[in-house]
Each structure stands twice: as structure tokens, then as C-alpha cells.
Ligand binder design. Structure first.
Ligand code: TYD
Ligand code: MG
Length: 463
């Protein structure tokens, strides 16, 4: 038995030190170090016999079978994974508590009929899992070969695996699992690291894919699981606003597919429903006479998403005007307001400005800028923008309208959704065949042009 050693770990980022530190040199946080006892050797690894001995091969000789991926029968999930779960892979599904991680994986497990699955939960009892399964299984027929067990110690889990011999393993929350080899409590950095490497070893040596659930903290970082990020093959993040039904699944890292893909779900009373056409779903049916709303043609990952930006501009009641943004970066909003003020002469300095992205989404695509600026202006002058108009351009610091990536894809989607006009940057015109689209493409070079463009349109329509 190797001697146990004591180390100090930053509980935020997993930085390891032999002495206690007040401030973590890695992530810069204060007071995050905790003492953990680490046994130098692991007994688990020797138990699992490696089936393959590795021999160096020429790269041409290496073969793989793409069809061996396990399809989850959930289009959105498969899309994010890059076409199914790769045998022997280790996946981490992260998300805030209550967002629907357990629901997603249980639902997926129940949909896979042709494999034997083992769902290990360290959080819920078998009865609770069954209750959830009954809630989900209203429409889906047939019985799946799914085994569930409530267990928190890896040594027991591997005994269950031995008995069940599953084709896929799901572990509900790595933070609740502990190994007897490490003395520190479940959820601590050394426990998470040790348990993850045990599951990794199991996955790699047997070819059984392992899906781990991990909780993340409010600020969006994977607490503790930061140390897992480089061990696992893929990191999927499940996010959304709990007050809304939409859930977005994205890959932050994926060794077997693109990280540009995105899966969209809606949480319903009977589990998660896939949303193949998010734009049709996100655009609210709105009154044409209301000012302050503009539609942005954004891309989330590789998918076009049309999002409504709502703004309210009113005279400030207090000395300091208020600025508030939901789903949009506050600093970016301040910058856009400064541009409108300085370059375009719109007096917004003494106004309260509120901005909201409909549907509780968080958007980081810069192509939303023009829609944000136009929504603010529309509310400021109280002239509505037609709901059949959309925008796709970034704004520069001097008020210039800048080009965005993959414009054709955005225009094609706008056309498909029945928009009549799309405002784009003049600098995006090169190589663009405007005649291909039924929609009117309006190129602009500065923000005032866009403003004149839609206010004239609005005036003509109201006539
Ligand atoms: P859950 O999967 O337990 O979240 P996590 O594992 O990420 O902590 O799901 C949490 C929420 O989802 C819970 O508040 C209830 C809701 N929910 C539904 O709306 N419909 C359903 O069918 C299920 C199972 C859950
Ligand atoms: Mg859960």
C-alpha cells in the first residue's frame, strides 16, 4: 500500500499545490484551497484487464468503423455528438442544477432499444428514476434494456458493471461519486479526478462509452469538472433560462465531431422535445404597429436562428440613466449606444435603455448588432419596424456597418421564413448573387442608411 499524501487543491480550477495558498495562481480566486488526502496508487486500474496491447502502426493501416457509433435516436443530440456516441468514448454533460441533464440522458437511454444500458445515479433512488421515466414514457413504446441503480462508490459501480455487462454507462453526476482510494469527500477535486480517470480507463479498455453528468456553477464554469475537461473526449453543455422552455445543447469540446453544432430542445411536462426549426419557434407573432422590435438573422453554431430583439427607450427619471440588457452583453450595448450617440447624433445619453432578447436566449453572434441598434432607434423615435424586415450585420466603432460570416446561409433562411427585406453590410456584397433570392437584399454602409431604409419603408406601409 503506497503512502497517502496530502495536497491542497483549488476547488475552482483544480490547481494542485503542496502547501496552502490564499490565492490560486492559476485562476486568481481567493480562499479556494482545500486539503485533500491522495493515495498514491489506485487498485481499480489493475482490476480491469486491458484487452488490447498497443502496437505502433502506420497511419494507413489504422482502420475504424464509422457505423459503429451508437445512435441516440434523438436527432438534436446526435447532431451535437457528430452522428452518435463513439464506442469507448468518455463524455461529460455539464449544466446548472435543474436544467434537465438527468432528463436528457434518461430519455436518451430509454430511446436506445438495441443496447443494454446501465444508469447509475448518485443523486436519486431507483424509485425516483422510475417516476421520472414514467413521466417521460408516455408516447414511446417498446421496452428498453435499461438497468438503473443508485450507487455512489466506484468500487460498487464496477461490481454492478461486472454483473450487468452494459453496452453503455451513464453516471448521474460525477460530483456525487467517490472512490475508496481517495480520502477526501465526494465532489472534491481529487475525487473527481480519480473517479473520472477510473471511468476513462474502463471506457478505453472495454470500448463501452461512458456518459458523465457534471454540475456547473452559476458563472458558467464547470466547478471541479474543470479538471475533467482535458481527460474526457467531449464536453457538452446544456443551458437555457429556467423560466423559459428552451434548452440548448452545445459541444464545448468534441474529439469526434464539430463544436459548431447545436441542439435545441423544449422542456415539456413529459420530458424534452426536439426543436428542429428554432426560428419559426422563436419569432413571436407581433403587432406591426409596435415600435422597438427588430429581427436579427443570427447563426448559433452552424444553424441560422432568427431572433427578435426588443428595446425600450424612455426619458430617464433619475439623474443617471439606466441601462439593462437581457441575453445581450451589457458592455456591447453601451458601446452601440455610444456609437449611436457620437457618430449618428441620436441623443440617448439622457435616456433609459432596456434591451431584451426574446425567448430568454443568450446571443454572442456579432451579426445581431444592427438589429440591436435599429430596435433602440425604433423605440427612440417611436416608429415600428415591419415584422417582415430582418438585419444581419455587425457595427463598428465609427458607425460603419460591417460584414458578417456565412451571409448567404442567413439570407436563404430569411427567404425561407418569408421575410421581405434583409439589411446587410455593403462590404458583404462581393461574390453575393442577390438575384438568387426572392427576398430584397438591402446593402448599407453606415447605420443612418439602415435607419432611413426602414423608416421610409414604414412610412410607405402606413400610407
Ligand atoms: P432534471 O433533469 O432533474 O435536471 P438536472 O438533472 O439538470 O438537475 O430536470 C429538472 C427540471 O425539469 C425539473 O425542475 C422539472 C423539469 N421537468 C419537466 O418539466 N418535465 C419532465 O418531464 C421532467 C422529467 C422534468
Ligand atoms: Mg439531475
Amino acid at each position: 500500500m503506497a503512502k497517502a499524501k496530502t495536497y491542497y487543491f483549488c476547488q475552482e480550477c483544480g490547481y494542485q499545490s503542496s502547501s496552502w495558498l490564499g490565492r490560486c495562481p492559476e485562476c486568481g480566486r481567493f480562499g479556494t484551497f482545500a486539503e485533500e488526502v491522495v493515495a498514491a496508487s489506485s487498485t481499480q486500474k489493475s482490476k480491469i484487464k486491458s484487452q488490447q496491447s498497443s502496437v505502433p502502426k502506420r497511419i494507413e493501416e489504422v482502420t475504424y468503423d464509422e457505423t459503429r457509433r451508437i445512435e441516440t435516436h434523438c436527432g438534436e443530440f446526435d447532431r451535437v455528438l457528430g452522428g452518435g456516441i463513439v464506442p469507448g468514448s468518455l463524455l461529460l454533460l455539464g449544466g446548472e442544477p435543474g436544467i434537465g441533464k438527468s432528463t436528457l440522458l434518461l430519455q436518451t437511454a430509454m430511446a436506445i432499444h438495441d443496447r443494454r444500458l446501465l444508469y447509475v445515479s448518485g443523486e436519486e433512488s431507483e424509485q425516483q428514476i422510475k417516476m421520472r421515466a414514467d413521466r417521460i414514457q408516455n408516447t414511446k413504446s417498446g421496452s428498453s434494456d435499461l438497468y438503473v441503480v443508485s450507487e455512489t462508490v466506484t468500487q460498487r459501480i464496477f461490481e454492478h458493471i461486472e454483473a450487468v455487462q452494459p453496452d453503455m454507462l451513464i453516471v448521474d453526476s460525477i460530483q456525487t461519486i467517490s472512490t475508496e482510494d481517495v480520502d477526501s469527500p465526494a465532489g472534491s477535486v481529487s475525487q473527481i479526478r480519480q473517479c473520472t480517470s477510473e471511468f476513462q480507463h474502463y471506457a478505453k479498455s472495454t470500448g463501452v462509452p461512458v456518459l458523465l453528468i457534471g454540475h456547473i456553477t452559476k458563472d458558467g464554469t464547470l466547478a471541479g469538472p474543470k479538471v475533467m475537461e482535458h481527460i474526457v473526449d467531449a464536453v457538452l453543455q446544456f443551458e437555457g433560462d429556467r423560466n423559459y422552455g428552451y434548452r440548448i445543447l452545445r459541444a464545448l469540446k468534441n474529439r469526434f465531431g464539430s463544436t459548431a453544432e447545436l441542439g435545441i430542445f423544449e422542456m415539456e411536462g413529459s420530458g424534452l422535445r426536439e426543436v428542429p426549426n428554432p426560428s419559426e419557434f422563436l419569432l413571436s407573432q407581433r403587432d406591426e404597429t409596435l415600435s422597438g422590435a427588430a429581427v436579427a438573422a443570427t447563426l448559433e453554431g452552424a444553424r441560422p436562428m432568427f431572433i427578435e430583439v426588443q428595446s425600450l427607450v424612455s426619458s430617464a427619471v433619475y439623474g443617471t440613466p439606466q441601462r439593462n440588457a437581457n441575453g445581450f452583453d451589457m458592455r456591447r450595448l453601451s458601446m452601440l449606444l455610444a456609437v449611436l450617440e457620437k457618430r449618428c447624433g441620436f441623443k440617448l445619453g439622457a435616456k433609459d435603455v432596456f434591451l431584451n432578447i426574446a425567448g430568454g436566449l443568450r446571443v454572442s453572434d456579432p451579426a445581431i448588432d444592427l438589429a440591436v441598434a435599429c430596435a433602440v432607434l425604433s423605440s427612440n423615435v417611436d416608429i415600428p419596424i415591419s415584422p417582415r424586415v430582418c438585419f444581419a450585420a455587425e457595427l463598428g466603432l465609427s458607425g460603419e456597418v460591417r460584414p458578417v460570416s456565412r451571409l448567404e446561409q442567413r439570407i436563404a433562411e430569411a427567404d425561407r421564413l418569408g421575410f421581405e427585406r434583409i439589411f446587410i453590410s455593403k462590404y458583404n456584397l462581393r461574390g453575393l448573387d442577390r438575384k438568387r433570392f426572392g427576398i430584397e437584399v438591402v446593402p448599407v454602409s453606415v447605420i443612418e442608411e439602415a435607419f432611413r431604409g426602414w423608416t421610409r419603408g414604414a412610412a410607405m406601409e402606413s400610407r
